[in-house]
Every structure is written in C-alpha cells, then in structure tokens.
Design a protein around this ligand. Sequence first.
Ligand code: LMR
Length: 332
Amino acid sequence: MSRNLIQLISLLAMVFLPFTEAAASEQITLKFSHVVAENTPKGLMANKFKELVESRLGDRVKVEVFPNSQLFNDDMALEALLLGDIQFAAPTLSKFSHYTRKLQVYDLPFLFRDMAAVERFQKSPTGQQLLKSMEPLGLTGLGYLHNGLKQISADSPLRVPADAMGKKFRIMSSDVLRAQFDALDAISIKKPFSEVFTLLQTKAIDGQENSWSNIYSKKFHEVQPFITESNHGLVDYMVVTSTEFWNGLDNDLRAGLKQAMEDAITYGNQMAEQKSVHDRQAIIDSERSEVLQLSDRERDQWVNVMEPVWHKFESDIGKSVIEAALASNNTP
Ligand code: LMR
C-alpha cells in the first residue's frame, strides 16, 4: 500500500473515528418501571417494548425494565418520571387523580359493559383527549393498555352487597373506589399493590378487588377462599412518559420509540385477552378459591347500590366524559 494511501486512511480515521465513537457513546438508557409480575399483560408489554426498541434502535437506545415494584410503587413512579429518574411507567388508570380527576371515569362501578366497550371509549375522541389531560403537569399519555375487568375476593362468600358490610378491603389510591366501598358500608384501605398479598395472608384485610391476571399472578386466590365474579370495574393502564423528556427527543428517535410502544401495546392487549381467560380458569382449577357467579337478581343488587357513586364524581369527571363512556356500551 502506497505511503500516500496510508496517510489518507490515517487522516480519515482521525477525522471520522471520534464521530463514530461519539455516536456510539450517545446510546441512551431508558428505564421502564412497573409493579406487576413479568408474566402479565403489562409485564409482557414492557418486555416487548424493550425487545422492539433494542432490535430497531439498539445502536442508540437501551431499555431497562423494572417489574414487581423493584424501583417504585405507582405513586412514586409518576414523581420519578417528572424528576427524570425513569422514562416510562404504566399505572392503572385509578392512580392518576393527583394529576387529573377526569380519568376517574374509568373507576365508575358497572359503567363499562365489557372490554369491547372500554376499547371503543379509549379509541374515541374523548378517550384520546384524556391521554393529553396531564400534559400541563408534565405527563404525556402514550397509549392505553388493557388488563381486564375487576372481581371482588374475600374471606367469605359475597353474593349480595350486604355480605360486604363491615369488611375491610384494600383499594388502589382512588376516591371513587373509596366511595364504592362506602356504598357497601364496607371499610376501604388504600395500599400499594406490592403489599396486598401479605395484608390478605395476615388477615389485616378481608378482601380486595382486581383483575383475574393480577389475582392469579400474585397468588391472591391462595389466600382468598371466595372470588365473586362481579366484573364491576376495570384494571387498565395508561402508558406515560415525561412530557419534557418526550418532546426533547430527536424527531426520528421519538417516532421510533412511539411506533415500538404502539406495537408493544398491541401485543400486550392480545396477552390481556388471553390471560384473562387463562388465569380465571387456572384459579378455578386450583380449587384454592371458589369463584361465585352472580344471578341476574344478585348482580342487579350490586349495580343498584354502587351506581349512585357516579353522581358524586360527575362534576370532577365532566358530564360529557361520562356520557361518552356510556355511549361506548352501544355496539356500532
Ligand atoms: C393494583 O394496584 O391493584 C393494580 O393497579 C396493579 C397493576 O398495575 O395492575
């Protein structure tokens, strides 16, 4: 190789190598914190997001997922997002009331007829607008993720509302859920998801409400002899990021992360549908907890006791938001 060519290659290396190194050193690490097990709709979605981002943008982005409340519980996670300590979280829609009261619509008991109605509302203009409702406070909703409808578990069979009277139930940090159990003349205790199993096991509480996936993945059915298949409420999520972080990204990087998140959510929603059926059957097959199905008359009693809760929160949520959610029950 001629002397000139060697000199040219050396010169080019000195000029471009730093940029290559600089480009490689620009790889950023994004943290995704959540509170459930990995083998759940949200756990699977978060891991799929990591897989997609690192396969499509691996030279620029690394994703670290922290399941099972390893880093934060949901309340702390939202603060951590705003402080820049993490970049993604996906709390249940019940847990945003410090930032917006409108999302309480998702907690109204017996409002959504089924998950198809939830999906229609979330995709509606009103549902999509709610994703942006917290941006003035620094939180941007990237999408909704399903888990499923809620059931009520207890240490004794709950067939009619009076069966819940005086019993202690763990609830998520939501005033609507407190009002719901007040309507049953029951006692509600706001506690993080990570504490529920121990509270049930030590009989510090008598019951709780959650989706089939959350009950099964955290083994609540092993310490709760009865589960009433009430389908009275919802465990769904909003995937959120810091507005400042999100808007500060290069346009192409933000577009890539947005697409990966949408694809991961699509996958997570498929898992939610499968796990709701599988986990309910696995609980029944375990024979550790008896699943009680309500007659139409029994269910009507729960609806009649709980539905008045809606009116208490109408001014908070907005009549138009509640009407749009109710309209989603009508099949197109
Ligand atoms: C709960 O706190 O019961 C749920 O929000 C946990 C979860 O993230 O599904």
